[in-house]
Design a protein around this ligand. Sequence first.
Ligand code: AVI
Length: 352
Amino acid sequence: MSLNGRARQCQSGSDLGAPNEPTVVFDSPPTAEDLTSVPSQRGSSFLEETIAGLSRSPRSLPCKFFYDERGAQLFQKICELPEYYITRAELQILRRHGGEIAAALGAQIELIGLGTGAGTKTRILLKKLREPAVYVSIDISKEQLRKSTARFRKLFPKLQLLPVTADYLEPFDLPLPRRVSSRSVVYFPGSTIGNFKPNAATEFLRRLVDLCGHDGGLLIGVDLQKDKGVIEAAYNDRHGVTAQFNLNLLERANRELGADFDLNNWRHRAIYNSDEGRVEMYLISECDQSVYLDGRPFQFAAGEKILTEYSYKHTPEGFAAVAGRAGFEFKRIWTDDAGLFGVFCFAVASSM
Ligand code: AVI
C-alpha cells in the first residue's frame, strides 16, 4: 500500500546504537519528479532524465538529482549560511511557538514526519507535544533514520518510534502502529513544498489528506514572499556554496554518466521572479560549447541557460488556497519575528 493509507508491512530502519550526530540543522531534501518544472517520469534514471532535460527547449534538469552524497553535504552547508534565512527562521518559530503548536495539534497524536532527516526540528517539536503516542519517520536515507531513531529512543523512551525508509513521493508502506493515538498529523518541514509547482503541490497535499485520514492534520513549513533582495541573496550566497551545489549537478553527470561538462564554462545564477513568486535557479553557459553525453553532442550557445530548480515563495493566503484545494482547512500560521517564514497548521476538511 502506498502513501494513500496504511499497511501492515514496514521497511523500517534498524536502530544500531548512538551515533555522533552532526549538529547542523538539516531536513532531507526533495527527491521526486514532481519537483521543479519537469514533467513526472517516475522510475526513469538519471541518464534518461538528463538526456530528456537537455534535449527540451528551454533546457532543464530535475532538482531531485542535486542530492547525491556531495549534494547533500552542500545542502547542509547552505542551511548554515548567513544569507539562507529559511532554516533559522523555522527553528525560531518552533522554539518560540512550540507550546501553541502543540496545543493546536492536540494530545496523544501520531506524528508522521516526511523527510525529516537528522530530526533536529522534529526533536524540538516532539519535546513540546503533549504525550505524543507514535512517531512515524519517513526518510530516503537509511543512515539518517538509523541515527535519529537511536537518538529519539533515548530522548523519548515512551514514544513508539516507527522509522520507514522510503521516498515519500513514491508509493510506500506505512506500519500499523500498535499504540492508539488521538489523530494523525503529517509534519513536513523545510519548505520543500516550495520546490513543487503549485498544481503539483496541491496534488501532493491531496495524498497527505489520504495519508492522515479523517480528523487528520498537517504541520508544514513554507517560505513566504518577501523582499527580492533578501531572497536573491539567499540563493546567490557570497561564499558560493549554492553555486557549488548547483554546479554539482554537472559534476555528477560527469562522474556518473561520463559526460564532459567543463565546469569552467558554466556559472550559477538564481533570480527571483516576483510575477510567479518563485526563485529560478539556472546554470548558464559562458561560451558556445558542445558537451558529450552518452555519445551524443549537446550544443550550448553563450548565455544559454539550464533551469535546475524552482523554489516558490507563497503568501499566507496563497498557500492556504493551495492546501485548501487539496482538502485541508487552514487553522493557523506562526511566523518568525521578521515574517520571513511560516509554519502552517491545517486540518483535513470535514467534507473530506
Ligand atoms: C530543499 N529546498 C527547500 C531548498 C530551497 O530553498 O528551495 C533547496 C535549495 N536550493 C538552493 N538552496 C537551497
